[in-house]
Design a protein around this ligand. Structure first.
Ligand code: NAD
Ligand code: UDX
Length: 464
């Protein structure tokens, strides 16, 4: 089966970059990315490709090459479904905020809406691909909805979780460690559908890096991968606290440990805590699934990764208060960085949000600079917590686009995101314009300690 038309429902951080790369690599396939968010689609279609809604190094170039050739962005979801041979579902699957499983389970209402819409619109056989991260056995529910509400056409359901990381999305998509495709490998139709998707990726991904499994293994592998990755960060962060008490340095420990080829060097960077839209959500979901099977020890084991992460964010903030003579009330604290990691404008679950919230509860005044995050996004992140009124957030938090202005007259600076440019700031100038003692808290192990101490800073870094 040759795929000619692809539709992707969801033009977000996954749908947008993933489809842009598929379109670039498969010029003979038409790829239409649809979304109900009109503003987002308008931004993807903006004449100036630098205004696309997602900042990712290298993405605007890929979009510029494929857009309006065989890559299209649209709000006409029905039309794109109707035309497609293969439909990726790449909508958001956030943690539930209501009802059963509140605060733990994945909210699948957007997925279900997609399934019902596909069932209503589809007039010929289609392959449906789960691109969103989903609880294991979601494909069963999808199949049920599609077959019971559809027009009698045939649907093959595949699981094809996405492993890209934000900030390196284009690189990860161009050269993935592996592509995982789960399908019904016991039926001819299932095998054909899997092969159709393999053929798309095989335009640029070598066959040996394309892994096919049954659907349930594929769905569960995605949750497992994120749990393992987050667990490494929590493990090294746990050690960072012990390092601070004992005189060991977490970077040296991470290096020594990571050189063991059984452990490996990646994902051992101690930080103020992991953020992003995936790790916490997916682990909570895993914990919920384990509990729903009565596997309480399994659930507790993974939940500890989140508990450790919350602790890390809180203790970073608490250390600022303690160091500033036990009060930050009315003091100016400057934040360098708000995004959950460098090279992205995404702020979902960013540690900076929680550190700010803690310090605002202590009546600090916070001034923020991030090279890619907008002022309105920062206020929206704080308002979403609902800790205080929007008015109060606006009066205590200032967002500026000049890092030097942000640090002027500050009592303390906190580095919350590891943007490269922060390393290259004129730190002497920053020091000269700060209140003394000039406190500097590095939540990312980005800055050189000796250099900063020599300038005169009172310097604190995670795990040192
Ligand atoms: P996102 O919120 O950036 O994008 C999702 C988009 O889907 C939104 O623009 C929303 O308007 C749209 N949408 C929702 N319901 C719709 C509907 N019925 N019809 C049309 N559009 C609809 O989310 P994201 O970060 O791209 O994540 C999508 C999925 O991929 C999630 O399941 C996530 O867990 C998973 N994932 C994310 C990442 C990542 O780095 N962000 C990586 C791997 C996997
Ligand atoms: C993650 C997974 O890496 C990716 O495979 C999956 O598809 C989506 O979730 P993402 O959240 O975009 O990707 O970024 P990632 O690089 O994993 O970083 C997540 C968080 O962990 C960030 O806040 C980052 O700063 C933090 N982190 C990461 C550390 O604190 N230390 C590390 O060593 C690595």
């Amino acid at each position: 089966m040759k795929i000619k038309n692809i539709c992707c429902i969801g033009a977000g951080y996954v749908g947008g970059p993933t489809m842009a790369v598929i379109a670039q690599k498969c010029p003979e396939i038409n790829v239409t990315v649809v979304d109900i968010n009109e503003k987002r689609i308008a931004a993807w279609n903006d004449k100036d490709v630098e205004n696309i809604p997602i900042y990712e190094p290298g993405l605007s170039e890929v979009v510029a090459e494929a857009r309006d050739r065989n890559l299209f962005f649209s709000t006409d979801v029905d039309a794109a479904i109707d035309k497609a041979d293969l439909i990726f579902i790449s909508v958001n699957t956030p943690t539930k905020t209501y009802g059963m499983g509140k605060g733990m389970a994945a909210d699948l209402k957007f997925i279900e809406l997609c399934a019902r819409q596909i069932a209503r619109v589809a007039k010929d056989d289609k392959i449906i691909v789960e691109k969103s991260t989903l609880p294991v056995r979601t494909a069963e529910a999808l199949k049920n909805i599609l077959e019971n509400t559809g027009n009698g056409v045939n649907f093959q359901i595949l699981s094809n979780p996405e492993f890209l990381a934000e900030g390196t999305a284009v690189k990860d998509l161009m050269k993935p460690d592996r592509v995982l495709i789960g399908g019904d490998i016991n039926s001819e139709e299932g095998k054909e559908a899997v092969q159709a998707l393999v053929d798309i990726y095989n335009h640029w991904v070598p066959k040996e890096n394309i892994l096919t499994t049954n659907v349930w293994s594929s769905e569960l592998s995605k949750l497992t991968a994120n749990a393992f990755l987050a667990q490494r960060v929590s493990s090294i962060n746990a050690m960072s606290e012990l390092c601070e008490k004992t005189g060991a340095d977490v970077n040296e420990v991470a290096k020594a440990v990571g050189m063991d080829s059984r452990i490996g060097a990646k994902f051992l960077k101690s930080s103020v805590g992991f953020g992003g839209s995936c790790f916490q959500k997916d682990i909570l979901n895993l914990v919920y699934i384990a509990k729903s099977f009565g596997l309480n020890e399994v659930a507790d084991y993974w939940e500890q990764v989140i508990i450790m992460n919350d602790h890390q964010k809180k203790r970073f903030a608490a250390n600022i208060v303690k160091t500033l003579f036990n009060t930050v009330s009315g003091k100016k604290i400057s934040f360098l960085g708000w995004a959950f990691k460098k090279d992205t404008n995404d702020t979902r679950e960013s540690a900076a949000i929680y550190v700010a919230d803690y310090l605002l509860n202590e009546q600090a005044d916070i001034v923020i600079y991030d090279p890619k995050v907008t002022k309105e996004q920062i206020y929206a992140d704080l308002n979403y917590l609902g800790t205080r009124s929007e008015k109060e957030n606006r009066s205590r938090v200032t967002v500026l686009n000049d890092p030097y202005k942000v640090c002027e007259d500050a009592h303390a600076i906190a580095v919350l995101t590891e943007w490269d440019e922060f390393e290259h700031l004129d730190w002497k100038k920053i020091y000269d314009n700060m209140l003394k003692p000039a406190f500097l808290f590095d939540g990312r192990r980005l800055l050189k300690k000796e250099e900063k101490k020599e300038i005169g800073f009172e310097f604190y870094a995670i795990g040192n």
